[in-house]
Design a protein around this ligand. Structure first.
Ligand code: ADE
Length: 230
C-alpha cells in the first residue's frame, strides 16, 4: 500500500492526524477538505467525512477518485459485545448497515434488496496489520468482529442487546458500513478501526462526552502504528 486514504467522521478523530502528518497540499471537494502529505514516509490523504452514512459514502468515493490504494477508517464506537470495555479496540472483519430493514418484503435484516452481498469484508492484510498494532499498543484489549453502522446513536440497553443478539455485532457506529460498501463497489481494500467511547446503553450519551477524545486517540494510535509497518 503506497497511497493510503484515512477517514474520520469527527474533529476528535482526525485531530492527531493534523499533528502527525506533514501536509503538502489540500483540496476541497463537496465541502470536504482532503489533506495530502506523508506519515512514516508513506503518502496519505486524510479527511473529516462528517457524521453518518451519506457523508461517509460521498467522502469515500471522492477519496477513491483521488487514486488511493486502500482506506483506513479511524474513530470511536459504542460497544455491542458486552465483553468490551470503554477504550477497547475493534478491528472490522466485516461491516453491516443495521438500519437497512426491508424485512416486510422478505429480505434479511440488513440486506440491501436485490444485492447478493450486504455484509462487506475488510481486507485481510489490513486486518492483520491493525490487529498486530492493537496487540502491540493495547495488549489483550482488542478484538476483531462485525461493525454495525446506522444513522442512529444507540443509547439504550434494549437497542444494544438487539444488535448483539439479532445481528451478532461487536460494536456500533454511524459510518463504517457505508465506507465498506463504497470500497466494495470500487474493489478498494479497507479496514475500520474503532475504540469504544461508550457501551451504547442508557449511559452512552454521558460516556460518549467523557471518553470520545481518549478513544479517538487510541484509534489514531493503531493507524499510526499500522502505517509505520506498511
Ligand atoms: N459512536 C460512538 N458511540 C456510538 C453509539 N452509541 N451509537 C452510534 N454511534 C456511536
Amino acid at each position: 500500500f503506497e497511497r493510503i486514504g484515512i477517514i474520520g467522521a469527527m474533529v476528535e478523530e482526525i485531530e492527531l492526524l493534523h499533528r502527525h502528518v506533514e501536509v503538502k497540499s489540500e483540496q476541497v471537494r463537496a465541502g470536504i477538505t482532503y489533506y495530502e502529505g506523508t506519515l512514516h514516509g508513506k503518502t496519505v490523504i486524510y479527511c473529516k467525512s462528517g457524521v453518518g452514512k451519506v457523508n461517509a459514502a460521498v467522502c469515500t468515493q471522492l477519496l477513491i477518485d483521488q487514486k488511493v490504494d486502500s482506506i483506513l477508517f479511524t474513530g470511536v464506537a459504542g460497544a455491542v459485545d458486552p465483553a468490551l470495555n470503554i477504550g477497547d479496540i475493534v478491528v472490522s472483519t466485516t461491516c453491516l448497515q443495521h438500519d437497512m430493514d426491508c424485512t416486510p418484503l422478505g429480505f434479511a435484516r440488513g440486506q440491501i434488496p436485490f444485492q447478493e452481498v450486504w455484509e462487506f469484508h475488510a481486507d485481510e492484510r489490513l486486518v492483520g496489520l491493525a490487529s498486530s498494532a492493537a496487540e502491540k499498543l493495547f495488549s489483550g484489549h482488542h478484538r476483531t468482529g462485525k461493525v454495525l453502522s446506522g444513522d442512529q446513536f444507540i443509547a439504550s440497553r434494549e437497542a444494544v442487546q438487539e444488535l448483539f443478539e439479532k445481528l451478532a455485532g461487536t460494536c456500533t457506529e454511524m459510518e463504517g458500513a457505508a465506507v465498506a460498501q463504497v470500497c466494495a463497489m470500487n474493489e478498494t481494500p479497507f479496514v475500520v478501526i474503532r475504540s469504544m467511547s461508550d457501551k451504547a446503553d442508557g449511559s452512552a450519551h454521558v460516556n460518549f462526552a467523557e471518553f470520545t477524545i481518549v478513544a479517538a486517540n487510541n484509534s489514531f494510535g493503531i493507524i499510526n502504528e499500522m502505517i509505520s509497518q506498511m
